[in-house]
Design a protein around this ligand. Structure first.
Ligand code: SF4
Ligand code: SF4
Length: 183
């Protein structure tokens, strides 16, 4: 197939109209409102409800809310969570909580911020915060351990405090493990 070259007019052969058109576009953008953000000095304002990195939280008494049930580990699509149960055995001070994770790791390189872990958690122990800028100098650094997750998650004000009720119930019923620990 042979294509015929379109015939250029005199002005088109001068390239002047095209050049003027290009300069007009440049000037329009030069004086318009800038949208480029000078990251990291300038930060994006994260909207309400944004789902960023998942972290563990403590309640207002400083107790780790996670009871090591491993539901989040089970549902996590990319298998980013690894839990090593159980942690220290319960005692009266920890409110009769039966299990706590010995170790809890989230591989932030795998995490897709889907929020399923938060959805399934029966203890409201894990929340997706607003952090979106995670960095590290090695792959290992991007695997956040329990201490780091708890430090980043901070405190979640627990309205229900069910473990306190459980503790009271256990004391009334005189059952394990409260009695044994207190005894
Ligand atoms: S947000 Fe999703 S991908 Fe990330 S740890 Fe939770 S369940 Fe896994
Ligand atoms: S964070 Fe929640 S779902 Fe995951 S192990 Fe702890 S209590 Fe269970």
């Amino acid at each position: 197939m042979i294509l015929k070259r379109p015939k250029l007019s005199f002005w088109e052969r001068l390239y002047v109209p095209t050049l003027i058109g290009g300069i007009k576009v440049t000037l329009r953008h030069f004086f318009s409102k800038k949208v480029t953000m000078q990251y990291p000095e300038e930060r994006w304002t994260v909207p309400e409800g944004y789902r960023g990195a998942p972290y563990l939280v403590k309640d207002q008494t400083g107790r780790t809310k996670c009871v090591s049930c491993q539901l989040c580990e089970f549902v996590c699509p990319p298998k980013a969570i690894r839990i090593t149960p159980p942690g220290p055995v319960p005692n009266a001070e920890t409110g009769n909580v039966e299990k706590r994770p010995r170790e809890f790791e989230i591989n932030m390189l795998r995490c897709i911020f889907c929020g399923l872990c938060q959805e399934v958690c029966p203890e409201e122990a894990i929340f997706l915060m607003k952090d979106y800028s995670l960095n590290g100098q090695s792959r290992r650094e991007m695997v956040y351990d329990k201490e780091k997750l708890l430090a980043l998650g901070g405190t979640h004000h627990d309205q229900i405090r069910k473990w306190e009720h459980k503790l009271k119930e256990a004391q009334v019923q005189d059952v394990f493990p409260v009695k044994e620990r207190q005894g």
